[in-house]
Design a protein around this ligand. Structure first.
Ligand code: GLA
Length: 385
């Protein structure tokens, strides 16, 4: 045990000194570098958690001026600035300017959600006949990893710098055996890569020492017109999914995957989010069954905001995506730049395994075995039209 702590300390020193070097060398000019647009990866302090832990903020930029800021608290994507059709940058994600917004109660703005993103029915599941009880933090069900999910953990910096693929920050977190009721020590990492072809790629890796369940996602709320500027009902959306998982009143799948054809759930051809939202009780908060089936990187969704011309395409290797229209935002949260977030001010496309998979043998498996590696990728590609 002592040796393990010592090894961790040495590793931490190596990583810290490496990131120090990277920082100096990180700013390199791309082929068409502008004043604002050098490819870079930098770090600064984001303050301290209420219990005194240091939290950092990392900024990744590419030569077109796209800028992503990520914090070690919850591995949260704090902001994402992308150009409109005239080249003007706007921050397209909801969130907070300061750390205390994120350490307080908030609806998972920008966060990495785990150990199990989305819901687990009756807050329990069984593995090999053993029942694991989790926090019932959404009525009788378990939501987004529990009372203190991965979104509330301070992650460790593993890597920061400009690499072949782009500007990179890699963060890691060890979720201990029994944390929030889940079995097995789970060593996870999340890598954000901002590429020169205007993609923000998020890669997730995890390994366990005991059979467990894993489902990681990013819970960013997008508004392609700019965060806090209004609702997202005028965005056009395409979802590459012919089916969705039908849910009960607690938003737990019944097991039926229903065809979207001829219903307000159909986004197989681009439709504005608001055109039929009134026919969906409470708004959209559903898991779509992606046509790809998961396993290979494929187009899951495409969103377009007509006034700014911004387009976001999402590719993932996950089998599902939760489409959520910020139905629970009610104006009680004041976010970045003093903007008040009202109902439908952002939409989430949480790439994931289906909700309640640990209790649904018919759904793709979320079980991770010792010796296996959980490894998934979701990429958000930005352009304009
Ligand atoms: C997910 C869920 C929603 C809601 C939000 C957070 O998207 O599906 O029901 O819980 O997270 O507010």
């Amino acid at each position: 045990m002592k040796a393990r702590v010592w090894i961790k300390l040495v590793l931490a020193v190596v990583v810290i000194s490496m990131s120090g070097c990277e920082k100096k060398d990180a700013t390199v000019k791309g082929p068409e570098a502008k004043e604002i647009g050098q490819m870079s990866a930098n770090t600064e302090s984001f303050g301290k958690t209420p219990d005194g832990k240091q939290v950092d903020l990392y900024t990744l930029t590419n030569t077109r001026g796209i800028r992503a800021r990520i914090t070690s608290f919850g591995a949260i994507l704090v902001s994402l600035e992308v150009p409109d059709r005239d080249g003007n940058l706007a921050d397209i994600t909801l969130g907070f300017d300061k750390l205390d917004g994120y350490t307080g109660v908030h609806p998972y703005f920008g966060a990495i959600v785990g150990r199990y993103a989305n819901r687990i029915g009756k807050a329990a599941f069984k593995l090999d006949g053993v029942e694991y009880k989790l926090a019932a933090n959404d009525g009788v069900n378990h939501l987004h990893g529990g009372t203190k999910g991965f979104d509330k953990a301070v992650w460790r910096l593993e890597d920061l710098g400009v690499k072949g693929a782009g500007a990179v920050v890699k963060l890691s977190y060890i979720s201990e055996d029994g944390e929030e009721g889940y079995p097995g020590n789970l060593a996870c990492s999340v890598t954000y890569t901002l590429t020169e072809d205007d993609k923000l790629k998020i890669s997730y890796e995890a390994e366990t020492d005991k059979k467990t369940v894993v489902n990681l996602t990013n819970h960013s709320y997008f508004n392609l017109a700019g965060q806090g500027t209004g609702d997202i009902l005028g965005h056009e959306l395409m979802l590459n999914a012919d089916k969705y998982t039908v849910v009960d009143e607690g938003l737990i799948p019944t097991g039926e995957n229903r065809n979207v054809k001829g219903t307000p759930m159909d986004f197989t051809t681009p439709m504005t989010i608001g055109s039929r939202i009134g026919q969906v009780e409470g708004g959209y908060d559903h898991n779509y069954v992606l046509n790809s089936g998961g396993g290979t990187l494929a187009l899951a969704a495409k969103a377009y905001e007509p006034a700014s011309g911004r387009v976001m395409e999402i590719h993932t290797d996950q089998p599902g995506v939760q489409f959520y229209t910020g139905n629970f935002l009610d104006g009680s949260v004041t976010g970045k730049a003093g903007k008040v977030y009202r109902k439908n001010y952002g939409f989430c496309l949480e790439t994931q395994h289906f909700p309640d998979s640990p209790n649904k043998p018919g759904f793709p498996s979320v079980v991770l075995f010792p010796g296996q590696r959980y490894s998934t990728v979701t990429a958000y590609k930005f352009s304009t039209k």
